[in-house]
Design a protein around this ligand. Structure first.
Ligand SMILES: NC(=O)c1ccc[n+]([C@@H]2O[C@H](COP(=O)([O-])OP(=O)(O)OC[C@H]3O[C@@H](n4cnc5c(N)ncnc54)[C@H](OP(=O)(O)O)[C@@H]3O)[C@@H](O)[C@H]2O)c1
Length: 192
């Protein structure tokens, strides 16, 4: 299973204004996102992103199973291609595996991203850097508690002032976890 995070952000890492505005995200980014959603066959979003997409009339994403993560009962009538889930990120990935998907496309917002990243579930990132800076806003990862190294897989210029970065998230090694070599970890158990 490959878990991909796809987001458009400002050059200083915000995915929306404080009020949730994303009018600075380009149509080209939206087209690439829909293309990837068609490839994976699914998209997973947080409740606030769902609300914003319903307002913008961009929900559901066509040609994909749309999973909305919420701990509350949905107020909208569920459509056939929409699943509302109160499961954890790990359980949602397990559910998608059971449904036969080989990849899962996580698409925000900042809170959901922070949750998936903290749980160590993201394998790849597609980040479209829009030619905008904001003094404040919703960050790419909200409430996250993690530090990960990335490997650059590819870059693409979407338009004159817009670039997309494709990263792979490096997996933990024994050294990352123990702060030393695996031999040291075995020889020097932590004091109680
Ligand atoms: N620039 C972009 O590419 C992009 C992409 C997507 C979204 N956005 C923007 O991001 C904004 C929304 O981001 P946000 O951070 O406020 O909210 P969010 O991540 O979209 O949604 C957070 C909500 O999701 C539900 N949830 C269920 N399980 C969760 C979990 N494990 N971790 C976190 N949340 C969980 C909770 O809702 P309940 O209270 O219902 O349980 C939570 O309040 C919108 O303005 C949207 O337009 C931008």
């Amino acid at each position: 299973m490959r878990v991909i995070l796809y987001m458009a952000m400002t050059a200083n890492g915000y995915v929306a204004t404080t009020e949730g505005g994303t009018e600075w995200v380009s149509p080209g980014d939206w087209e690439r996102f829909k293309e990837l959603a068609r490839e994976t066959g699914n998209v997973v979003v947080g409740r606030a992103t769902y609300d914003a997409m319903v307002d913008e009339k961009t929900f559901p994403v066509p040609g994909a199973l749309n999973v909305v993560m919420t701990r509350e009962a949905p107020t909208a009538d569920p459509l056939k291609e929409v699943v509302f889930s109160d499961a954890s990120p790990e359980e949602v990935i397990a559910m998608m595996r059971e449904k036969g998907f080989e990849s899962v496309l996580v698409a925000g917002g900042g809170s959901l991203n922070g949750s998936f990243m903290t749980d160590g579930l993201i394998d790849e990132l597609y980040l479209t850097v829009e030619p905008v800076v904001l003094g404040d806003g919703i960050r790419l990862f909200e409430h996250g508690d993690f530090a990960r190294e990335l490997e650059l897989v590819d870059t693409a210029k979407l338009s004159e002032h817009e670039v997309q970065l494709h990263y792979r998230v490096k997996k933990y090694t024994v050294e990352d976890v123990t702060g030393g070599s695996s031999a040291e970890a075995e020889l020097e158990p932590e004091e109680e």
